[in-house]
Design a protein around this ligand. Structure first.
Ligand SMILES: Cc1cc2nc3c(=O)[nH]c(=O)nc-3n(C[C@H](O)[C@H](O)[C@H](O)COP(=O)(O)O)c2cc1C
Length: 294
């Protein structure tokens, strides 16, 4: 996966952009994004995912006709539509690859916003002719960012407390839950964890938890209790989107680790670590290659 800018600056630049300039995306930019998207076929947990970019050409707003966002997004000039299965690891792979594509979009100067609930699902799905067992878990709007947020943008950002993130000590642990991992103890993985922390998530719930045990970085999903669901969570069908969120966190972790020369692989091998509550579940483990442990 090639980016022109450092992954750490792309992650820091990215934000959920819901207001775009009324300008079609340049052909060269679209072509570069399509090249990247074409290479995103299989996620790190081995599942196939399909993506399609739909963009309005100059003077042709009809190509986006029917692709609605319930007024959440103003002037989108394109969408990335993705399709995956729901089986084990597939939603995580979907989240991982879609986030990589959105970081490449950021690299190319495009604003973007994940949409897991506020999009007309069946109409978007029609663009990719779903096969048996396939779903469209989320799509993303893309376009050139407007200079100012609209009131809708401001309201959504305030509702999701979009600028805030959980503290390190609440999400990163050493050997067991309840034992916070001090940033100094993360060593050369410090930056990768910082970038996990900045990841976008549905309703900004940040459901990822990481427990380090030597060369293993175990990722756990801390599900948000859905009873009673808020109206927004209900619209978003938050339960499954939290697995997509996990894939996004994995992408931030791995892409930045690799950029820092740290190699490893994802394995699924639940560790013997007591879970803090019934809403916590094991997801996957980044296993560092030999020689990187410190
Ligand atoms: C899987 C997923 C689904 C999302 N769905 C929506 C959505 O339907 N509508 C929306 O306006 N924002 C949606 N968002 C954006 C989040 O609200 C946003 O990432 C979060 O509030 C943090 O803000 P930031 O992205 O600006 O850092 C979604 C984000 C993710 C990762």
């Amino acid at each position: 996966m090639n980016f022109n800018q450092p992954i750490s600056s792309l992650i820091r630049k990215r934000f959920s952009c819901r207001t775009y300039q009324d300008l079609p995306i340049q052909n060269s930019v679209l072509a570069a994004l399509e090249d990247f998207t074409d290479s995103c076929l299989i996620g790190p947990l081995g599942n196939q995912v399909r993506f399609k970019i739909v963009a309005a050409k100059e003077g042709d707003s009809a190509s986006l006709k029917g692709l609605g966002t319930y007024g959440f997004i103003k002037n989108p000039t394109g969408f990335i539509i993705g399709v995956s299965k729901e089986e084990s690891g597939a939603l995580e792979d979907f989240g991982y690859l879609m986030e990589a594509i959105l970081l490449r979009a950021t690299d190319l100067g495009l604003g973007n916003c994940w949409l897991g609930g506020t999009f007309t699902k069946s109409r978007f799905a029609r663009q990719l002719s779903l096969l048996d067992g396939e779903i469209t878990p989320a799509v993303a709007s893309i376009g050139y960012p407007a200079d100012q947020f609209t009131w809708m943008d401001k309201t959504i950002r305030a509702g999701a407390r979009a600028h805030s993130r959980l503290l390190w000590e609440n999400i990163f642990f050493n050997k067991e839950f309840g034992n916070p991992l001090h940033p100094d103890e993360a060593g050369i993985y410090h930056e990768s964890l910082d970038l996990v922390r900045l990841a976008p998530s549905a309703s900004n719930k940040q459901p990822w938890r990481v427990v380090r045990d030597g060369q293993n970085w175990h990722f756990f999903l801390q599900r948000t209790t859905n009873y009673p669901p808020s109206v927004f969570d209900f619209i978003l069908n938050l339960a499954d989107l939290q697995r997509v969120d996990m894939g996004i966190a994995m992408a931030h972790f791995e892409l930045s680790a690799r950029e820092n020369g740290l190699n490893g692989k994802w394995i699924v091998h639940p560790p013997d670590i007591p879970l803090p509550n019934q809403l916590t579940e094991y997801s996957t483990t980044w296993q560092e290659d030999e020689g990187y442990n410190q």
